[in-house]
Design a protein around this ligand. Structure first.
Ligand SMILES: Cc1cc2nc3c(=O)[nH]c(=O)nc-3n(C[C@H](O)[C@H](O)[C@H](O)COP(=O)(O)O)c2cc1C
Length: 388
């Protein structure tokens, strides 16, 4: 299906522009937005911008190696595709396209609990292992069954997300009528859909079935956002504690990463509960607005548990120089959420392959111009930051 771009996309923000043109408004806003006034969402990005990199010259940088090891896996760069719900609505079978793109890029892909493609579909269509993300839902038997399916289909690493015992207040969704089902909201959504015929055909029609692959027995129709929200509100377990992580650890045989840590004491608790890693995350500014940026929390968490846990971070990473900054501050690696959602929506699998190649080139250039030839040579002395 031919189409014209009015420009050649280069960066994640370019793909954001393309995504905005392709997606129905409510879907674009669902990806783009954050909680309440979106203060934390902006802070995640701005705090990266306030870190300066120190240039170094004359160090023979003819051979730059961005590869490293994440939780025992050799990867081409310290970047992971974060769990992002409903990617199969951003692009036709979006999770499968992202898994394939991650294979080309040599990095891990994480399938969300709220993914459209099932673990079985990924396994059947692409022979690449993936990471899987799970929330704690009230029915522990269901949690166990979902994880057993993930493991049987090639999941190596479980990312257990703990920053969503209740859902954050996302007002763009309210304004777009995603949480209501009166005539006005339905007409509003129909109007937005009508303005995106290409998406309607390519994803809306040819991208079916639109079910949550991993939990289709629990909630069937992801396009009924009101029903999804009702399921989340009634089934996500706000009573979850570290004791539940110990229960998980008892049967989950792969690597276990706790996602949604901001404070050092919580990171220590994750270590005590038997985690192999943590992701410093505020859910991309989508949960509690006014919490600190994730990059600003990284140094204290590294100080508390660094060396004993692999410490990842996400939130606000928009290119390879941000990856460099996070690694310089001690992160084992970073996860990216919106950048991959924008790329898959704006340019499909080829778009994401292109964006990930750009991330890698940007990281390699930053390493060359700071005189770091390998990831182990990227260290705190290569940046300046007034915040720590
Ligand atoms: C559209 C969207 C959907 C998301 N869905 C999930 C999810 O299902 N599970 C989860 O653990 N995190 C989810 N997240 C959070 C991401 O995993 C990640 O923490 C966040 O996007 C990082 O910030 P960034 O978007 O600035 O890279 C989602 C984020 C976005 C933007």
């Amino acid at each position: 299906m031919g189409h014209t771009h009015d420009f050649v996309p280069a960066t994640s923000l370019d793909y954001r522009r393309l995504a905005e043109k392709r997606l129905p408004r409510f879907l674009f806003d669902y990806i783009d937005g954050g909680a309440n006034d979106e203060l934390t969402l902006r802070r995640n990005v701005e705090d990266f911008q306030s870190i300066r990199v120190r240039q170094h010259v004359m160090r023979d940088v003819s051979d730059i190696d961005t590869s490293t090891t994440l939780l025992g896996e050799t990867v081409a760069m310290p970047v992971v595709l974060a769990p992002v719900g409903m990617a199969g609505l951003y692009s036709r079978r979006g999770e499968l396209q992202a898994l394939r793109a991650s294979d080309v890029a040599g990095i891990p892909f994480t399938l969300s609990t709220l993914g459209i493609c099932s673990p079985e579909e990924l396994r059947a269509q692409a022979q690449k292992p993936f990471w899987f993300q799970q929330y704690m839902i009230r029915d522990r038997g269901a949690v166990r069954r979902i994880l057993e399916r993930a493991m049987a289909n090639g999941c190596t690493t479980l990312i257990f997300t703990v920053d969503m015992p209740v859902a954050g207040m996302r007002y763009r969704d309210t304004r777009n009528g995603m949480l209501t089902d009166d005539v006005g909201s339905r007409l509003g959504r129909a109007w937005q859909l009508g303005r995106r015929p290409r998406w309607l055909y390519d994803v809306g029609v040819r991208g079916k079935p639109h079910t949550f692959g991993s939990i289709s027995d629990q909630v069937s129709d992801p396009t009924n956002t009101r029903a999804v929200k009702a399921w989340v509100d009634s089934q996500y377990d706000p009573a979850v504690t570290w004791a539940d992580i110990a229960w998980l650890r008892g049967f989950w045989q792969g690597k276990l990463v706790i996602k949604g840590i901001l404070e050092a004491d919580d990171a220590r608790a994750a270590l005590d509960a038997g985690a192999d890693g943590v992701v410093i995350s505020n859910h991309g500014g989508r949960q509690l607005d006014s919490v600190a940026s994730t990059i600003s929390k990284l140094p204290a968490v590294i100080e508390a548990v660094g060396g004993r846990l692999e410490v990842f971070m996400d939130g606000g990473v928009r290119g390879g120089i941000d990856v460099f900054k996070a690694v310089a501050l001690g992160a084992t690696g970073v996860l990216i959420g919106r950048p991959w959602a924008w790329a898959i929506a704006g340019g499909g699998e080829a778009g994401l392959v292109d964006l990930l190649a750009t991330f890698k080139r940007e990281l390699a250039v930053a390493m060359a111009l700071t005189g770091a030839r390998s990831i182990s040579e990227v260290h705190r002395g290569l940046i300046e930051w007034d915040r720590c």
